[in-house]
Design a binder for this molecule. Structure first.
Ligand SMILES: Nc1ncnc2c1ncn2[C@@H]1O[C@H](COP(=O)(O)OP(=O)(O)OP(=O)(O)O)[C@@H](O)[C@H]1O
Length: 304
């Protein structure tokens, strides 16, 4: 799978402070890449540099395999749709009229308007004035603008900000459907771990301007090592027996926490307890939550 976006050593300094530090991002084709980090971590600044809206202090940005420079930037970014910060509209014009203006600016034929209105499910409100739109509808109109011209890549900065729970869910479902239905690659930022968990296939975690994790969501989950928790009739004796067999146990509440074991290993150890007349009352699997992993990686708690 090739990378649709790749940055190397990307840095941005504001004043004397380096706000984005040495980022090597890789956004594989056909993925929803969740760019996760607390407020102020540098997500918007990074996305703006990818879109040529902020000039990197150092480093390179490569999109569709071509390194961006001042000459080729516009040609390459023609195939990129974006939603950065809350978009502004002409409130006295309808959704369709607003889209028509963007069509002119982007050089996209008007007939694309109905297609994007259909994707964002705004067909029934297209003749309403935008001043009468709800926040969710305005945000969907923003996504429709980004989709005009059928870009191969979408860059969305906190697209669910300011939406109510139903609007958030609708936007998330929409984003998830884009790679499969329309063959797009999506880079989406959020400070909400649960949101990235719901929509992304790949994750980049940024903290204080530094990329501290980048891989598939599945790999992030693998980091949540599974422990086995066992409750026996005599935990002290059980811990001793298991300890003799090289299995270190940690007492926790009324349980013994065992390290990650294969099913076969577990069967052998539990049988040994039975042989020594120690009844096993419960066996449970315990996973670290994504929040715990995030905390380990960043040292800061994350909003849920
Ligand atoms: N134009 C600017 N001039 C000076 N400092 C800036 C500018 N833009 C951003 N910053 C600073 O850079 C840091 C990163 O900001 P950025 O907006 O990229 O973070 P973010 O992760 O997108 O957070 P948020 O979700 O709060 O927008 C912040 O400390 C911010 O104050």
């Amino acid at each position: 799978m090739s990378d649709i976006i790749a940055t190397t050593g990307l840095c941005k300094q504001y004043g004397k402070v380096l706000r984005v530090k040495d980022l090597d991002l890789k956004v594989p084709e056909g993925t929803v890449y969740g760019f996760l980090g607390p407020n102020g971590a540098g997500k918007s600044t990074t996305m703006k540099m990818i879109l040529g809206l902020a000039r990197p202090t150092a480093g390179t940005v490569t999109v569709f395999g071509k390194q961006l420079n001042r000459r080729n930037r516009l040609a390459i970014l023609k195939d990129v749709g974006s939603l950065i910060e809350s978009p502004s509209y002409y409130g006295h014009l309808t959704g369709t009229e607003n889209l028509r203006i963007i069509c002119v600016l982007k050089g996209v034929p008007d007939k694309d308007i109905n297609r994007v209105l259909h994707i964002v499910r705004l067909e029934n409100q297209k003749e309403k004035k935008v001043s009468q739109y709800s926040m969710g509808m305005k945000q969907r109109l923003g996504l429709a603008c980004a989709l005009l011209g059928n870009p191969k890549l979408l860059i969305l900065d906190e697209p669910t900000n300011g939406l109510d729970p139903a609007g958030m869910q609708e936007m998330r479902e929409l984003i998830c459907s884009l790679p499969q239905q329309y063959g797009m690659t999506v880079m989406v930022s959020s400070h909400l771990l649960s949101e990235i968990d719901q929509i992304a296939t790949n994750v980049g975690i940024i903290s204080r301007g530094e990329l501290i994790f980048q891989d598939s969501l599945a790999t992030l989950y693998e980091k949540s090592r599974t422990n086995i928790a066992v409750r026996t009739q005599d935990n002290e004796a059980a811990a001793k027996i298991l300890g003799e067999r090289g299995v270190s146990c940690q007492p926790q509440d009324h349980y013994l926490l065992l390290p990650r074991l294969s099913d076969n290993e577990l069967v052998v150890h539990i049988s040994r307890l039975f042989e020594r007349n120690i009844g096993v009352v419960r066996i449970e699997e315990r996973r670290k939550s994504l929040e715990d992993i995030f905390l380990e990686l960043t040292g800061t708690a994350v909003s849920l």
